[in-house]
Design a protein around this ligand. Structure first.
Ligand SMILES: [Fe+2]
Ligand SMILES: [Fe+2]
Length: 465
C-alpha cells in the first residue's frame, strides 16, 4: 500500500509512469471541480471523517479530523485472486480478462463512464445541503458520503486512464465537465439531474438511489474484466455507509413524525407529515428503478454473454451461470392491456437485478413500519408498484396508478398530486430546514440517532465550525 504518495494507491502507481503522469495531470482539475462543486461553505472546516487506508475487511479505514480538500482520495482495488476465471456467460471458466477485450471496448467504456458520472453528480446535487443540516452528526455523514463519492470517481477514472488510452483520458476530463441539472451539459442519468436540496430528499436519495448503485456495483463486482470487478468490490465496502445514512435517516424522520402525531397536528408542530414522506418515497423509488434500464434488454444479454456484467451475488446464489435455455415471465403492455410475456432470461437481467433491489428496499420499509408500530401508530408506509411513474423501459410510455393499474394520462394528471410531492409539499419541507449546529442538538423534524459514529456519542463535535 503506497499511502504517502501524492495519490495513495495499492496498484503500484509509481511503477507505471505514463498512468501516474495522466492521473497527476487530472488531479488539479479534480481539486478545482471539488472547490467549485463540492460542499459549499465548509471547505476549511475540520470534519471527523473516515479515510480508506487499506483493503482488508478489518481496519480498512482511519477516523480523524480532516479538511475536505485534504482528504486522501486514492485508488484501492481488492487484491487480485490468482487464476481468476470468468464466472458466467459464453466464456464461463476461461481466464478472466486482464485487459479490455477489443470487441467489448465501447460497451465496457460506456458502463464505466455511466457509473463514474453518477459519483460527482451526487456531490453536485448535495452541494448546498450542509447549510441546513439538522445536526452536526448529520452534517458529518453528508460530508463522509460526499468525499467517498469523490473517491469513487477516482476509482472509475483510474480504470479509464489505465485501460482505455486516449479516449479514456478524454472521458475522464468530460466527467469533470458535465454538471448535475445543467440543461446544456447534464449528467447522464436522470435521477442524477434531480435537485436534492433538502434533507428529506437527501435521505431518500441515499436510501433509494445509492442502493441502485449497490446493485450495479455488485453486478460489476462479478465481472470477468478483473480490474473492474476488484474496483467495484472495494467501492461496495464504502457504499454500505451511504445506504445506512439514508435508511436510518428516514427511520428517524418517521419516528419523529409518529411522536408528533401523538401530540397533535404534525404541521402545526413543525414535523413532516407521513403523507409527504410517502410521496417522497414514491418519487425517489420510481426514479431509482429507471436506473436499472429497460425490462427487456439486448445489452443485458450481450454483457452477460461476454462475462462483463453478472447478476447480484452471481457466484454465491446461483448454480447455472450460462442461462442459455431459461426464460423469464414479466408483465408488459400489449394492445392497451397488461399481459404476461415470456422472454429469454438473458434479456431480462435488468429486471432480475431490479427485483433484487426491490426486495432490499422492502426491508427498509419494514424497519420504518416497525418504528411506526413501536410508537403505537396504525399507519404504514409502502413501496409503489414498480410500474408507477416510470421514464425508462416497458412502462415509460403508459400511465399507472400507485398500485400498478393502467390508467389514462388524464387520470394520472388528475391524481398525481396525491402520489408525488407537489410544489407546496416541497416548499413546506424546505421551510423546516434550518441549520442546527450546536453539539448534541437536533432539528425538531427528526429524531436523534441511536448511536454516534465510531463509538463517539451523538453529542460529539463531529464538525468544528
Ligand atoms: Fe459511489
Ligand atoms: Fe454512494
Amino acid at each position: 500500500m503506497n499511502l504517502y504518495e501524492r495519490i495513495p494507491n495499492n496498484v503500484n502507481l509509481s511503477e507505471d509512469k505514463k498512468l501516474q503522469r495522466a492521473l497527476e495531470k487530472w488531479l488539479p482539475n479534480y481539486l478545482d471541480w471539488w472547490q467549485e462543486m463540492g460542499p459549499d461553505g465548509f471547505q476549511q472546516k475540520d470534519v471527523y471523517l473516515r479515510t480508506a487506508i487499506s483493503v482488508e475487511p478489518d481496519g480498512w479505514a482511519n477516523f480523524d479530523f480532516v479538511k475536505m480538500p485534504d482528504y486522501r482520495w486514492g485508488i484501492f482495488l481488492k487484491p487480485a485472486a490468482p487464476d481468476a476465471k470468468i464466472g458466467f456467460g459464453d466464456n464461463y471458466g476461461r481466464p478472466a480478462y486482464q485487459e479490455v477485450p477489443g470487441e467489448f471496448r465501447n460497451s465496457l467504456r460506456r458502463i464505466i463512464v455511466t457509473q463514474g458520472d453518477t459519483e460527482p453528480a451526487s456531490v453536485e446535487q448535495q452541494r448546498e445541503l450542509g447549510k441546513t443540516c439538522p445536526s452536526l452528526y448529520d452534517l458529518r455523514n453528508l460530508f463522509q458520503v460526499n468525499v467517498e463519492e469523490g473517491r469513487h470517481l477516482w476509482a472509475m477514472v483510474y480504470l479509464l486512464q489505465r485501460y482505455f488510452g486516449r479516449d479514456g483520458r478524454d472521458e475522464a476530463d468530460a466527467l469533470l465537465e458535465r454538471r448535475s441539472g445543467n440543461p446544456d451539459k447534464p449528467r447522464i442519468l436522470e435521477a442524477f439531474n434531480q435537485p436534492c436540496d433538502d434533507w428529506l430528499n437527501f435521505f431518500c436519495f441515499t436510501m433509494f438511489t445509492d442502493r441502485d448503485g449497490k446493485y450495479q456495483l455488485s453486478a460489476l463486482a462479478e465481472s470477468g474484466f478483473e480490474p473492474l470487478a476488484r474496483t467495484c468490490q472495494f467501492m461496495l465496502t464504502e457504499e454500505a455507509h451511504h445506504m445506512f445514512v439514508g435508511d436510518t435517516g428516514l427511520n428517524r424522520v418517521v419516528k419523529r413524525t409518529a411522536q408528533l402525531m401523538k401530540k397533535g397536528d404534525v404541521r402545526e408542530l413543525g414535523g413532516i407529515p407521513l403523507e409527504i414522506i410517502q410521496k417522497h418515497i414514491n418519487f425517489w423509488f420510481s426514479y431509482s428503478l429507471d436506473l436499472f434500464g429497460g425490462e427487456i434488454s439486448s445489452n443485458s444479454a450481450d454483457f452477460f454473454a461476454a462475462g462483463l456484467k453478472g447478476r447480484y451475488k452471481e457466484q454465491e446464489q446461483y448454480e447455472d451461470h450460462i442461462l442459455a435455455e431459461q426464460n423469464f415471465t414479466m408483465k408488459v403492455v400489449d394492445e392497451g392491456q397488461l399481459k404476461d410475456r415470456e422472454v429469454p432470461l438473458r434479456n431480462a437481467l435488468n429486471e432480475v437485478l431490479r427485483g433484487e433491489y426491490v426486495r432490499d428496499c422492502e426491508k427498509g420499509l419494514a424497519r420504518w413500519n416497525k418504528t411506526l408500530a413501536e410508537e403505537g401508530m396504525s399507519e404504514r408506509l409502502f413501496l409503489p408498484s414498480t410500474r408507477f411513474h416510470r421514464h425508462v423501459g416497458e412502462y415509460a410510455s403508459h400511465h399507472f396508478d400507485i398500485e400498478g393499474n393502467l390508467i389514462t394520462a388524464e387520470e394520472f394528471e388528475r391524481r398525481k398530486a396525491d402520489w408525488l410531492p407537489t410544489m407546496a409539499d416541497r416548499e413546506y419541507v424546505r421551510s423546516l430546514m434550518h441549520p442546527v449546529i450546536e453539539p448534541g442538538k437536533i432539528a425538531n423534524w427528526i429524531a436523534p440517532p441511536a448511536t454516534g459514529i465510531k463509538g463517539k456519542p451523538f453529542e460529539f463535535e463531529y464538525v468544528r465550525l
